[in-house]
Design a binder for this molecule. Structure first.
Ligand code: PLP
Length: 282
């Protein structure tokens, strides 16, 4: 059961109270969008950025997302019920609503960030590399594939994670059919090469990460060069540091990629500090 549940028009409700109908298109089709924001000190982190991305996803999906002000009020109620003492993950969900028609279903859940995600910031990740099945340019040219929209249908992403775990990995990096590194199923790829911090451009169909954007902006301010570019997995293997970033995971270094040991960078602590994620043992 979620620790806190907040429903549009009702506010925070008892977490064991049913509120989602069986014919909701979010359930039947995974037809909807979501965001997950980090909660620290009882406040959602980068909420404006998450709501802006959610509005872009809504536009792509032709979904009627409520105004940001309404969502912010509901998020504040959820955070108040959660308290300030622990790090949380706030999910903001908007589905297409009942199959027979009607308004979108909008609600939020708030749970503590799982230990495994927090520990990965310190211990790093062993990633599989799995094909997404498309060449790198496909999703940018086929809007119906919803590249770059954060839609609810994560069944393929979850199946890929199960496959990665079953083969002894912590998680995975998606690879395009033509060999380019893309992103994780729930995280953004960041790497350090030629004294530059890189991430993958959005024209590959990846989701533009709020955490990576925030870290890159802080890095630029600190005089660290940043850029976006495509990279082949084969080239990525010799990077001077690789991280996966997300609102839940924070900044987690990759120590092994497809069985290859990856160079570790002393930038890890700097990047985590820039994004303000607590690192265990620090
Ligand atoms: N890429 C994908 C596919 C994701 O699902 C996520 C987050 O869940 C990210 C990247 C990381 O984005 P953010 O830093 O905004 O959490």
């Amino acid at each position: 059961m979620a620790e806190v549940v907040a429903v549009l028009g009702r506010g925070v409700i008892p977490a064991d109270e049913p509120f989602l109908h069986g014919d909701d298109l979010g359930v039947l089709r995974g037809d909807g969008i979501f965001e997950t924001a980090n909660v620290r000190g009882g406040e959602p982190f980068l909420l404006d950025e998450h709501l802006a991305r959610m509005a872009r996803s809504a536009q792509r999906m032709e979904l009627d997302l409520p105004d940001a002000a309404v969502l912010k009020r509901l998020a504040a109620q959820a955070c108040e019920a959660f308290g300030a003492g622990k790090e949380g993950a706030l999910r903001i969900i908007c589905t297409r609503g009942p199959e027979q028609g009607g308004p979108p279903t909008v609600y939020m859940t708030l749970n503590p960030v799982p230990e495994a995600q927090i520990n990965a910031r310190r211990d790093g990740l062993n990633l599989a590399v799995l094909t997404l099945g498309y060449p790198v340019d496909t999703r940018g040219q086929a809007p119906w594939l919803l590249g770059g929209a954060k839609c609810l249908s994560y069944a393929v992403a979850m199946a890929a994670q199960r496959h990665a775990r079953a083969t002894g990995h912590d998680d995975l990096l998606w690879r395009s059919e033509d060999g380019f590194a893309l992103e994780g199923p729930t995280s953004t790829l960041v790497w350090w090469q030629n004294q530059t911090l890189y991430t993958v451009p959005a024209d590959t169909g990846i989701l533009a990460g709020t955490t990576a954007r925030f870290v890159f902006d802080r890095a630029e301010e600190a005089g660290i060069r940043t850029a976006e570019r495509r990279v082949l997995v084969a080239e990525l293997m010799s990077a001077d540091g690789i991280w996966m970033t997300s609102s839940v995971r924070g900044v987690a270094p990759v120590h092994t990629l497809d069985g290859v040991t990856i160079n570790q960078s002393d930038l890890t602590a700097t990047l985590s500090e820039m994004a303000g994620f607590p690192v265990p043992g620090k």
